[in-house]
Design a protein around this ligand. Structure first.
Ligand code: NDP
Length: 601
């Protein structure tokens, strides 16, 4: 069937064939094993370039609540616990300060991709007005410090510290937390918020260790070498350098314009182009903000965004961005179908049509903005928008018009190897002074491998063992056999990936409520019942299949590099009612005060 997209007519069948061809070119038998770990393979490249390590004595005390990870999850949970009167909260963080992914990612141009009004947590509680619709990383990092300071989370925090062991002591009813700094302290409750994007990976390329020039991963940007700073000052150190950047994902899209501006020459090695839609960033007007920011404003905005991405027909779109645009197109297509004919199939067809139109527009954007037609052609993304992380940027495509910047497209094959002098692709050696690896983070490795420890619960049960056949939780948060432990992550809960902090704030509300209740009851433990956990999994089994991560997509971390998620796929879902369904369910659950499904002991 053909369909119009603006002035163009889309041949849907031809497009589907093209998508399949482009995907097939990129399937690699080694899947996720094509990557190597920065930390283990190149320890010197993995060290923290931002904060010196301060020696300290091991900690052996007791706290009421320990949280593993000092990103948004730890900060927001810590804040809510403090508000609930739990004073001794300890955050353990491997970076040198709070921030998590925003601590490490200081590459030039780093910026949030979801509107700051809904993305930056606790704006209302901290009284901060974001400066831009999409805040840049330094402002987000400052905001992390602001949350830490506002809620007194610095005092007990342990930075540059990685948890190496977490074990439940049934006699004392405490968790014993061990770290790589020799700490062995106890905590009544533990939260885990180690996030999916904190273990940096490199392509496992032959010769990678042989390169004689400078190289670094984008999450360890070496400003001492490049000059400049995270605020975007010119990188004067690159003025006489030929820089190669490997990778064209969300990170590269943000830093390429800066490298194109400052390097003498820039070579961008591409395996798969990103879809790069318009960004439309701009300052937030203080007068407008003062009018908008009445009591409860941020929750209202977050809920409105979730509603716009949900199944209903909300009558206003407060955020108005690339995410809600796609949803609005889908709704518009659906409105053309009489409600009596709405079925899961017609909904999926409306979604597919909206996606085809959107991607066609994005491909046309490359033609419009890139001077060289061949380069423009190579920058076109041939897959559905949610097959890979959608990107939004107003200077990325134009960067290829800079005289010193060249796209080295590899036709889906990728860089072949690294030599002493540079990068080999398409059989050609390209010499370079510096190689920047914009090669992303581990996502598809198992949770324990990424966290660096395996929690040991009641009767010596390990989390990896308990989850041997897939993740099992109540509400995505509580795990049977692991008392007083809370897992802060989106799956089996709202699973609202377009605005992860919304999931986090909601989980933090639940944790504060549950801990508050346990303390009121003088309970030593709180844990889900086996029946409640199973009933929750049964409910999740009625949820629609994941909208992202299918094997029909071009490979990437969304679909485990093309291999898909196998038997575990049905477990990586959210509430059958979507994000809003989950938020409403859990709000009612919290308000009822019954804490149904949890056993207090
Ligand atoms: P990604 O995993 O998205 O990208 C890695 C890139 O490296 C891909 O383009 C990949 O190509 C490429 N690559 C890997 N091996 C080779 C090779 N041998 N030759 C050439 N290219 C290669 O990592 P990012 O750091 O870009 O992004 C990770 C995630 O972090 C994002 O998806 C997003 O969730 C988050 N992020 C969020 C931002 C925000 O909110 N503002 C900003 C930046 C990142 P291929 O596609 O073919 O696999």
């Amino acid at each position: 069937m053909n369909m119009p997209a603006g002035a163009l007519t889309i041949d849907k069948e031809a497009l589907k064939r093209k998508y399949a061809e482009e995907r097939d070119k990129r399937i690699r038998p080694e899947g996720s094993a094509q990557y190597i770990r920065l930390e283990t393979e190149f320890a010197d490249l993995a060290t923290d370039p931002y904060t010196p390590l301060v020696p300290r004595d091991p900690v052996t005390d007791h706290v009421t609540f320990a949280f593993i990870g000092g990103g948004f999850a730890g900060l927001v949970v810590g804040a809510r616990l403090k508000q609930a009167g739990i004073d001794d909260v300890r955050i353990v963080e491997k970076g040198g300060d709070f921030g998590g992914t925003w601590y490490w990612n200081r590459y030039p141009g780093a910026q949030c991709d979801t509107a700051s009004m809904i993305y930056m947590p606790l704006l209302e509680e901290t009284g901060h007005r974001p400066s831009e619709k999409y805040a840049h990383a330094p402002e987000i990092r400052d905001h992390c410090s602001r949350i830490g300071e506002t809620f007194g989370l610095y005092g007990k925090a342990l930075f540059h510290t990685e948890v190496t062991g977490l074990e439940w002591d049934e006699d004392r009813k405490v968790w014993v937390v061990r770290t790589n700094r020799g700490d062995a302290f106890t905590a009544k409750y533990v939260g885990m918020g180690t996030g999916p994007l904190h273990v940096a990976k490199l392509p496992g390329l032959a010769g990678i260790e042989k390169f004689k020039g400078k190289s670094f991963h984008t999450s360890r940007w070496d400003y001492a070498y490049t000059g400049g700073n995270p605020e975007g000052a010119p990188m004067t150190g690159l003025a006489d350098k030929r820089v190669a950047i490997i990778g064209t994902g969300a990170t590269a899209v943000q830093c390429v314009p800066h490298l194109a501006r400052d390097a003498k020459e820039l070579l961008v090695f591409q395996r798969t182009p990103s879809s790069v839609d318009r960004r439309d960033n701009g300052p937030i007007d203080p007068d407008w903000f003062a009018q908008v920011a009445g009591e409860g404003w941020q929750r209202k905005w977050q809920d409105n965004f979730a509603a716009n991405l949900g199944a209903g027909f909300p009558n206003e779109d407060l955020v108005n961005d690339g995410w809600t645009d796609l949803a609005k197109r889908m709704r518009a297509n659906l409105r053309e179908v009489p409600p009596s004919e709405w079925t899961p199939q017609t909904m999926m067809a409306a979604f597919e049509d909206a996606d085809f139109e959107k991607m066609e527009q994005i491909r046309r954007r490359a033609e419009e903005l890139v001077d060289d037609p061949e380069t423009a052609e190579h920058l076109k993304a041939w897959y559905r928008q949610l097959c890979k992380r959608p990107c939004f940027h107003d200077e990325y495509l134009q960067a290829f018009n800079q005289p010193g910047t060249r796209l080295i497209d590899t036709g889906g094959k990728g860089v072949e190897r690294i030599t002493e002098n540079g990068v080999v692709a398409n059989g050609v050696e390209y010499e370079a002074d510096c190689i920047v690896y914009a090669s992303g983070f581990e996502v598809s490795t198992d949770y324990v491998a990424r966290a660096g420890f395996d929690a040991v619960g009641r009767e010596g049960q390990t989390l990896s063992g308990y989850w041997g056949k897939g993740m099992r939780t109540l509400h995505g948060l509580h795990i049977r056999g692991f008392p007083n432990l809370f897992m802060v992550q989106p799956a089996q809960a709202a699973n609202f990936i377009a605005n992860v902090p919304h999931n986090i704030v909601d989980h933090a509300d639940t944790i504060a409520a549950v801990v508050g209740e346990a303390e009121r009851r003088h309970a030593a433990t709180v844990e889900p019942t086996a029946e409640a956990e199973q009933a929750w999994l049964d409910l999740l089994a009625t949820a629609p299949a994941r909208a992202i991560g299918g094997t029909e997509c071009t490979p990437g971390y969304y679909n485990n590099e093309g291999a898909g998620w196998g038997d575990e796929a049905p477990l990586f879902v959210g509430h059958p009612g979507g994000a809003l369904g989950y938020f409403a369910h859990i709000d009612a659950w919290r308000r009822s005060g019954a804490f149904e499904g949890l056993a207090f002991g």
